[in-house]
Design a protein around this ligand. Structure first.
Ligand code: WTA
Length: 650
C-alpha cells in the first residue's frame, strides 16, 4: 500500500536531538548489537544515582525481569532536586483552571510543595515506604505534588481516574489495601463545580478497612461531609509542614506506582511499575519523541488518572526539566477554540492529545484554529487509539501548519512509555502510522508461533526483549501477569510480551496499529474490558445473559454495543429504551459514565459454540451491520444469528 510521505521540517531537524534516519539507525543498531551496553550507557548518563547498580538486566526469573539491579535512586530527586542548580526559577508546572485561573509553579516552588506534602504524609499520617496511597483527584497541581510526594517517601501511589464510580474506586482501594486516600472536595468543569469527595465517602462505606486517613484538597470549597479522625484538610495542614524532606533511598526495582487497567478477562489489573527503568524511559522519550528543549512549553491534555498523565504530564516532563502545562478544564469549553487559545497564550511548543479530541475539535470547530497564532508549535502528538487519515490531515494542516511532525505514539499502561513512534526530526511519516520502534525497543509483528508476518498481513504486536519501563507484575497476582502478557506468543521457544494489539507492517517496515485483537474496547482512548462491562450489566435484575462488543464509531473510535438476553419477564417489564436506561445506570454505578453502552439490544439468545463459547466475532459483524462471513454451522443454534439480526435492525 503506497501512502504519502511527510518529511520533517528541515530547520527543525537540524536542531533536533535525533536529526535524520541515519542517526536513528545508528541508535537502533547499537541497541540490537549490544542491548545491555546501550541501556547501561543511557542509565548512567540520565539518572542521578545515589548508588550505582551492579547489573543492567537480570533475566534469571523471566518474565519477572529486573533492571539496573542494586541501584539506588529517588524518582522525586530525579524530577526535582537535580534541577535546582540549573533551573530553580524555571516554570515546572503551568496550571490553567477551568475558569481561566492561572498558576505558575517554579522548580523551586514545586520542590518545596512536594516536600511539604511528603512530610505531611510521612509525619502526620505515618505513611512509610511500600505503603499504598490511592489518589482520586482532579487535574490540579496538588495531584502532581501528591504523586511526587509518594515517590519521595517511597509510598506506592495508585491514581484512580476521577470518572470512575464509587464501586470501581472501592475495588481498587481494596485490591491495593491502601492506607491513605488523597482526594479533593471536587473541582470545576464547564464553569460548574463537580464533586469527588462524596464518591470517596461512598467507596469507603464497605470493606476498606485498610484505609486510615483521607486527605482532602479543597479546590471548589463546596460543602462536604468531614468524618472526624479520618478526614483532614490539606489546606489546613500543609502550612505547618517543613519544606525540606529527605528523600527515601529507593532500590531500582522497588515499586513506584500501580495503575489499574482493563484486560480481556476479569477485574482490572494493578499494573505495577518500578523506579529506575520507568523514570529513565519517561525522561528519554520526552527528549527523543517530543524533543523538548530548555525554553519549550509542553502540553499534554491527558488526565493524570491514565498512564499518559503519569508519564507525560508529571514524570517525563519533570525528569527532563521541562515546563509542563496542566489543564483542569475541557478543550471544548467555553468553545472549540479553548485549546488553541491556550496554545497561543502559552506559546506551546509540543502538544499531545488523543485522536478523539482531535476529531471532536475538528467537528466542532474546523476553522477555529485560524483565529489563533499557533506558530509556536513544533511537535504534535497523538496517543491512545488509532488515528484516522482525515483527523490526521486536519491536525497536520490546520494545527501544525504543515510544519510539525505528528508523532503517533503507540504504547500502553504496561509499557510505561512510548514504544513505537516517529522521531520528529528524523522519521518520514506516513499518515496515521506509528512508524518504527524507538531505539532499544524490539517491537515485532508476529504470528502466534513467533514467525514474522508477511508485509501487509495483520499480525500480533509483540515486544520480543524486555525493556526498562515495562510492567513488573500485576499487583498481588504474578500468575495473572504471566498469563496475560507472556502466554500467547512464543518466539524461538521463549514467551514474548504480547500487547493485545494487532498491527500491520508494510514493505518499508512501517508499523500501523490496527487495534485490539482481544476483548478490550477502546472508547475515546479509554480502555475497557468487555468482561467488566458484562459483569456490570449482569447486575441488572432482568438480565440473564449479555455480550458486549465494540462497534467502530466516527468520533469515539469505538462505541459500546451490548446484546442482552432477558430472564423470563412478566408484563410489568417496560420498553427497551427504559431498560437500556436502567442498564446504563447500573454501569455508571459499577464502573462509571465512561463505560455506558451506546446501544443496548434485547435479543432472544447469543451465538454460542457447542461448548458454550460466545462467538463475539459474529456479534461484532452484526453490530457493524456487516454481512456474516464466519462459518455459523458450528454454532449450537445457527438460526439464532438471523434472529439477532432482526432484533438489531428492527
Ligand atoms: C491503544 C495508552 C493506535 C492500543 C497510552 C493500546 C493506540 C491501548 C495507540 C493502550 C496509537 C495506544 N495507535 N492505538 N498510537 N496508542 N493505543 O493502556 O490499543 O490506556 O493497547 O495506554 O491503546 O491503552 P492504555
Amino acid at each position: 500500500m503506497l501512502k504519502e510521505i511527510y518529511y520533517p521540517d528541515r530547520d527543525f531537524a537540524k536542531q533536533a536531538r535525533i536529526k535524520n534516519m541515519c542517526e536513528y539507525r545508528d541508535l537502533a543498531g547499537w541497541a540490537k548489537e549490544d542491548y545491555e551496553g546501550f541501556w547501561d550507557h543511557w542509565a548512567k548518563e540520565k539518572i542521578d544515582w545515589f548508588a550505582p547498580y551492579e547489573k543492567v538486566l537480570d533475566e534469571s526469573d523471566a518474565p519477572f525481569y529486573k533492571w539496573f539491579v542494586g541501584g539506588k535512586l529517588n524518582v522525586s530527586h530525579q524530577c526535582l532536586d537535580r534541577h535546582l542548580d540549573q533551573r530553580k526559577n524555571k516554570a515546572a508546572i503551568i496550571f490553567e483552571g477551568d475558569r481561566g485561573d492561572k498558576q505558575v509553579i517554579t522548580y523551586l516552588e514545586l520542590y518545596r510543595n512536594v516536600n511539604r506534602f511528603a512530610n505531611l504524609l510521612r509525619n502526620e499520617f505515618g505513611v512509610k515506604k511500600g505503603d499504598r496511597v490511592v489518589l482520586y483527584m482532579p487535574m490540579i497541581p496538588e495531584a502532581a505534588y501528591a504523586m511526587l510526594a509518594c515517590a519521595r517517601i517511597g509510598a506506592i501511589h495508585s491514581v484512580v481516574f476521577g470518572g470512575f464510580s464509587a464501586e470501581a474506586l472501592r475495588d481498587r482501594i481494596i485490591d491495593a489495601q491502601a492506607k491513605v486516600i488523597i482526594t479533593a472536595d471536587g473541582a470545576f468543569r464547564k464553569d460548574k463545580p463537580y464533586m469527588l469527595k462524596p464518591v470517596v465517602d461512598t467507596a469507603l462505606e464497605e470493606g476498606c478497612d485498610s484505609v486510615e486517613k483521607v486527605l482532602v484538597v479543597q479546590r471548589n470549597f463546596e460543602d462536604i461531609v468531614w468524618i472526624g479522625g479520618r478526614d483532614y484538610s490539606y489546606n489546613e495542614l500543609i502550612g505547618q509542614q517543613s519544606d525540606t524532606c529527605e528523600p527515601e533511598v529507593m532500590d531500582s526495582e522497588d515499586p513506584l506506582f500501580l495503575l489499574y487497567t482493563s484486560g480481556s478477562t476479569g477485574k482490572p489489573k494493578g499494573v505495577q511499575h518500578a523506579q529506575a527503568g520507568y523514570i529513565l524511559w519517561a525522561q528519554m522519550t520526552m527528549e527523543w519523541v517530543f524533543d523538548v528543549k530548555e525554553n519549550d512549553t509542553y502540553w499534554c491534555t491527558a488526565d493524570i488518572g491514565w498512564i499518559t498523565g503519569h508519564t507525560y504530564i508529571v514524570y517525563g516532563p519533570l525528569a527532563a526539566g521541562a515546563t509542563t502545562v496542566m489543564f483542569e478544564g475541557v478543550p471544548t469549553y467555553p468553545d472549540a477554540g479553548r485549546a488553541w487559545k491556550m496554545v497561543q497564550e502559552y506559546r506551546i511548543n509540543q502538544f499531545y492529545t488523543a485522536p478523539t479530541a482531535i476529531r471532536v475539535l475538528h467537528k466542532l470547530g474546523e476553522h477555529e484554529p485560524e483565529k489563533y497564532d499557533l506558530s509556536s508549535l513544533k511537535v504534535l502528538g497523538t496517543v491512545g487509539e488509532p488515528i484516522d487519515p482525515p483527523a490526521w490531515k486536519w491536525y497536520y494542516e490546520a494545527i501544525g501548519g504543515g510544519r510539525c511532525t505528528i508523532v503517533d505514539t503507540w504504547w500502553q499502561t504496561e509499557t510505561g512509555g512510548h514504544m513505537i513512534s516517529p522521531l520528529p526530526g528524523a522519521t518520514p511519516v506516513k499518515p496515521a502510522c506509528a512508524t518504527f520502534p524507538l531505539p532499544g525497543i524490539m517491537a515485532e509483528v508476529l504470528e502466534r508461533d513467533g514467525t514474522p508476518v508477511e508485509p501487509g498481513e495483520q499480525g500480533l504486536l509483540c515486544i520480543t526483549k524486555p525493556w526498562p519501563s515495562m510492567i513488573r507484575t500485576i499487583w498481588g497476582d504474578p500468575e495473572r501477569f504471566k498469563k496475560s502478557y507472556f502466554g500467547d506468543v512464543v518466539k524461538e521457544g521463549k514467551p514474548v510480551y504480547f500487547s493485545g494489539d494487532g498491527a500491520v507492517i508494510d514493505e518499508d517496515g512501517y508499523i500501523t496499529i490496527t487495534g485490539r485483537v482481544d476483548d478490550v474496547i477502546n472508547v475515546s482512548g479509554h480502555r475497557l474490558g468487555t468482561a467488566e462491562i458484562e459483569a456490570a450489566i449482569k447486575k441488572h435484575p432482568h438480565v440473564a445473559e449479555v455480550a458486549v462488543v465494540g462497534k467502530p464509531d466516527d468520533l469515539k473510535g469505538e462505541s459500546i454495543f451490548a446484546f442482552v438476553v432477558l430472564k423470563e419477564v412478566d408484563d410489568s417489564f417496560g420498553e427497551e429504551a427504559e431498560l437500556a436506561k436502567e442498564i446504563n445506570e447500573v454501569i455508571a454505578q459499577e464502573i462509571g459514565n465512561i463505560a455506558k453502552a451506546d446501544t443496548i439490544k434485547v435479543v432472544p439468545g447469543l451465538p454460542k459454540t457447542r461448548s458454550g463459547k460466545i462467538m463475539r466475532r459474529i456479534l461484532r459483524s452484526i453490530a457493524k451491520g456487516e454481512e456474516i462471513k464466519q462459518d455459523i454451522s458450528t454454532l449450537e443454534d445457527p438460526s439464532i444469528v438471523a434472529q439477532i439480526q432482526t432484533c438489531v435492525i428492527g
